[in-house]
Design a protein around this ligand. Structure first.
Ligand code: SF4
Length: 305
């Protein structure tokens, strides 16, 4: 494990036996059958996370993985899955849980540290008042999530860069990826989603999404079973924007009436046929059937006129 700059206030777990965690929450249904179902659910999530890590080569030997923990069900589940895989993995990688305390009024700042100490996970809390910035910049009544997320990303990426973390793990899941795809399709005029692994815009960080193959409903059931101490994201009182709400509602309707659609939409993202789309930057349509030098000059002249 590489050493960290001396000033970094990382909270390492206390030596000795781990403190007992609070009892787990209500199992999915009463009795032994419910426990079997809960075990099956945990196993399914672990298998999906393992598969995504393998398919996209997300974690290698010696990686230092910064796990971004917001206090929501997704990030708790991601952390738990990575800890379980870390315990069994043939490769050695480091995990640091990092939370950004954005100084929202009412943020229960003791919840995550208490949980992480009890779980025996090293962690660091970044304190940065992005809440005031967002309130100052965004007019009253407008949704603040866009700027808030950008500022949060900036703070987390900067911490990873400055402290030598090789991977940044975010808790987006399959439903988030499909929702982003439809948002871009309906409102952005582009075919793009959220990749399971990417290089950040500044080129300094590799971002991974280990829950890319996991369904939100499974994560919600797992989080309930584990009784994670959830911190709601909307303490700030902001609402997600209307377009995102509409896409979410559309996907919820599909979930009831055409349950295979979200799986199919995700499968499509992994099975792209550039020659069956219309992007000349992705497929060389111009050269199909040959293209003599100057053959299109008359069209260029026509378009210009
Ligand atoms: S709900 Fe509030 S804290 Fe959550 S992303 Fe939106 S602005 Fe930020």
């Amino acid at each position: 494990m590489s050493s960290l700059p001396a000033e970094t206030p990382i909270h390492w777990p206390a030596q000795g036996p781990k403190r007992a965690l609070p009892p787990e929450g209500p199992v999915l249904k009463d009795g032994a059958r419910a426990r079997i179902e809960a075990n099956k659910l945990a196993k399914r999530l672990r298998r999906q996370v393992g598969q995504a890590i393998m398919d996209y080569n997300m974690i290698s030997d010696g990686d230092r993985v910064m796990v971004c923990l917001s206090g929501g069900k997704d990030s708790y589940t991601m952390l738990e899955m990575l800890l379980q895989l870390q315990a069994k993995a043939p490769v050695r990688f480091e995990i640091l849980a990092v939370n950004l305390d954005q100084k929202q009024p009412g943020f229960p700042e003791h919840v995550l540290p208490d949980y992480l100490r009890a779980r025996g996970v090293p962690f660091h809390i970044i304190e940065q008042d992005t809440y005031s910035v967002v309130k100052r910049v965004i007019p009253e009544g407008k949704t603040t999530c866009g700027l808030c997320s950008r500022l949060r990303r900036g703070a987390l990426y900067a911490y990873a860069r400055e402290h030598g973390y090789t991977k940044i793990a975010l808790g987006h899941h399959k439903d988030d990826i499909v929702a982003t795809f439809f948002l871009n399709l309906f409102h952005g005029g582009k075919l793009a989603a959220m990749p399971p692994k990417l290089l950040s815009d500044d080129g300094d960080n590799v971002v991974i999404r280990p829950l890319a193959y996991c369904r939100e409903r499974d994560i919600a059931a797992f989080a309930e079973h584990k009784a994670f101490p959830i911190i709601p994201c909307n303490l700030c009182g902001s609402q997600e924007n209307l377009q995102r709400k509409q896409v979410r509602r559309m996907m919820e309707d599909w979930e009831r009436e055409h349950p295979a659609r979200i799986e199919q939409a995700f499968a499509a993202l992994t099975n792209v046929a550039p020659s069956q789309l219309a992007d000349p930057g992705l497929f060389d349509f111009a050269s199909l059937g040959g293209d003599a030098p100057g053959a299109r000059d008359w069209l260029i002249a026509d378009a210009a006129g």
